[in-house]
Design a protein around this ligand. Sequence first.
Ligand SMILES: [Zn+2]
Length: 356
Amino acid sequence: MPVSEKHLEYMKEKIAELCRIPSPTGFTREIQKRLLDTFEGLRYRAWTTRKGSVVVQLNERDGEIGPKETTILSAHIDTLGAIVRAIKSNGRLRLTPVGGYPLTNIITENCLIHTYDGRAISGTIQQCHSSTHVYKDVNSVEKTDETVEVVLDERVESKKEVEALGIETGNYISFDPRTILTERGFIKSRHLDDKASAGILITLAKILRDEGYPEQALLNRKAYLLFTNYEEVGHGGSAGIPEDVEEILAVDMGAVGDDLGTDEYKVSICMKDSNGPYDYALTRMLIDLAKTEKLNYAVDIYPMYGSDAGAALRSGKDIRFALIGPGVSSSHGYERTHIDGLSNTCRLLMSYLGMP
Ligand SMILES: [Zn+2]
């Protein structure tokens, strides 16, 4: 069965809601809390781990659940961001990036500086030489943390004045996600990597609850959800996976561009990324399911990509592992996906879990 209109609307709402909560890697308290509230509302058992992942148990293993491997579906809730490296003598801030992206992707973006006492002060990320009416090298200057700065929306001209606002070295900086849902089914936003997938997983749990699958024990296996922190710096999925898990299915954005087959309308199934090949049998099974369900999908090789499945493996877990996700274009920039890609991904997960 296709995902219903009602659940697709719910999914879009959840993705937009998640995108609008600032959560650069390591600064995910608020979004963890929101997830716990959401899953409590849906009446699932959910908990946080010490390093800030949220784990949700979808069902129990009992006589009625099928014999298939206990699985965990993961998505990451941390995003790219920055941290105040230093307050400059002219009242501007020098930043250090959190996660991997070229600084060109954030120049002219609005941002928030999160003070230690819990306030948020707005600003804009600009080149130090920002005005084309003044500087000849606006285009040619190399973009580094020495040539890019945060301009606060405050009347400050000295380090002292900035400190008086309560801004200090080590404060997190989050970027304006500029989340837009268009009439034609596109979602444009920063951080669709990986909040699009997190929204899909929440919707999956909502469908289960609405359709009563857990009560009827219709899932073909015991299943958990894992929402990780620290994925963007490489070790998100390295902890927090319950002991009885035998399979991890990382749900993370599908890369779009060059010779890749994935686009914003497809579910991407990844056979190999920077860390090497994914589990062949599990990946083949997902391809077969996509074929049987007649989903719009592509199998791809990602040359510059790592996932929480890789992090789980490197932590020493003896589990099977695969990676799928909705196609997201312009990743780690101002990203875009489409409801069709989200729907195809959700449908593949449902099929994997044995949901009708
Ligand atoms: Zn990601």
